[in-house]
Design a protein around this ligand. Structure first.
Ligand SMILES: Cc1ncc(COP(=O)(O)O)c(C=O)c1O
Length: 403
């Protein structure tokens, strides 16, 4: 692996930071830091056709990842996730050309594995021995798994309303799991104090620059799977917004090195009406969101009252001529059911929120007839056993036959 990462840059004020130091946020204005690369050298070093010869994992984009040595890689086998045509589901949603990028096949069952694989690898390279993070659930599970693999201590703080399966999964990877009342914001406040007091590495969303580098590989994969083109619309369930920001960054990098020419895809941020700070800020024309007072939705991953990177998400939505939409929990439950029944896909509630956003946007004409739409199902529905829908099983009396 040859990395062409050169430095870290504040997303607010562009302040420069050395790449080989543990730097969490910009010390000038607290802005999130982004990894920057020498893209001219990347362009000279590799042709996009060469990728075909490499294993189908996220590490195939090594030149655009911040990892210095192959030997540091912490991997649980991160496959390229399938991009599936979904014609029967598309028919139900009113769109002819619907594809689902199914992230449920990654280790720990969600796209969070991408951020954790790269984040933990980089933490290991930087000599970190203990990591703490707040989570709505899945990020905690993923960082716990990769931390176990790397032999790094992981402390996870999550709302006590996090689905039981995810709480237990995280503990099963050996992490110290702490439950708090409230939302991920309350968990974040605990982690902030604990990391300051104990000297642990704070892996909160966007408080370290490497998780987003893992998540941007969703964008690389999508572009490659579509023959280095992009769909008309990408719909993404947005909590902290890191996946969306990551893809936005990925497309900018690909354009810069000449692998993508026409970046006209419109981003859609899907949220729940029970927690829709990005939607509200988008509709009000604001540059940043206001904390959502009483966040409520069973789609735990998008129950984020205020994202640190909200201003970047809003910028990406506006610059891409995209939009932010809120859907109800009933819509989410209904779309979980339809995806299972029509395509055999058990999508997570967050993925179902993105599907419900498609129905809404096609209904009001924002998505036009014939447009190519890609929805990110960010995780496996199996992790949300308690939310699974469908007809209840019926008891079969002795000697009777199913009808
Ligand atoms: C399944 C799932 N989907 C979506 C999200 C939101 O991710 P992001 O922070 O990239 O907006 C989360 C975050 O916890 C999640 O667990």
């Amino acid at each position: 692996m040859t990395s062409f990462a050169t430095h870290l840059e504040c997303a607010r004020c562009s302040e420069y930071y050395e790449i080989n130091t543990v730097q969490q946020l910009c010390s000038r204005d607290g802005g999130p830091l982004l990894v920057r690369y020498d893209l001219r050298r990347v362009q000279d070093a590799v042709e996009r056709e060469e990728l075909r010869m490499r294993p189908a994992t996220l590490w195939r984009y090594g030149e655009l990842l911040p990892i210095e040595r192959d030997a540091s890689i912490v991997s649980l086998g991160e496959p390229t996730t399938p991009l599936l045509d979904a014609p029967r589901l598309g028919q139900a949603l009113g769109v002819e050309r619907l594809q689902i990028k199914d992230e449920g096949l990654l280790p720990t069952g969600t796209f969070k594995a991408r951020g954790a694989a790269v984040g933990v690898t980089r933490a290991k390279e930087l000599g970190v021995t203990a990591i703490a993070l707040p989570t709505a659930g899945n990020a905690g599970a993923a960082w716990a798994a990769y931390g176990a693999r790397a032999g790094i201590k992981v402390v996870v703080v999550m709302p006590d309303t996090t689905p039981q399966v995810i709480q237990r999964e995280t503990a099963a990877y050996g992490a110290d799991v702490w439950l708090v009342k409230g939302s991920i914001a309350d968990a974040g406040a605990v982690v902030k104090r604990a990391t300051a007091e104990r000297g642990w590495f704070d892996a909160s969303t966007l408080k370290e620059p490497y998780r987003i580098e893992g998540k941007k590989t969703m964008g690389f994969e999508l572009a490659e799977q579509l023959g280095w083109t992009l769909p008309d619309v990408i719909v993404y369930p947005t909590g902290g917004g890191v996946g969306l920001i990551g893809m936005w960054k990925a497309f900018a990098e690909l354009r810069e090195i000449g692998w993508l020419h026409d970046v006209r895809t419109r981003f859609v941020a899907a949220q729940s009406t029970g927690c829709a700070p990005i939607v509200r800020a988008f509709e009000e024309g604001a540059d940043e969101s206001q904390p959502w007072p009483d966040p409520k939705t069973f789609a735990a991953g998008i129950r984020v009252p205020k994202a640190l990177g909200d201003f970047i998400v809003l910028r990406a939505l506006r610059e891409s001529n995209g939009i932010a939409v809120a859907v109800t929990d009933d819509d989410i439950a209904q779309h979980m059911r339809v995806a299972g029944e029509r395509e055999g896909m058990l999508v997570c509630p967050e993925g179902a929120a993105a599907l419900a956003a498609v129905t809404k946007l096609r209904g009001d004409g924002w998505i036009k007839a014939g447009e190519r739409v890609v929805v990110f199902n960010t995780g496996s529905g199996l992790k949300y056993a308690e939310s699974l829908q469908g007809a209840a099983p019926r008891a079969l009396a002795a000697g009777a036959l199913p009808t």
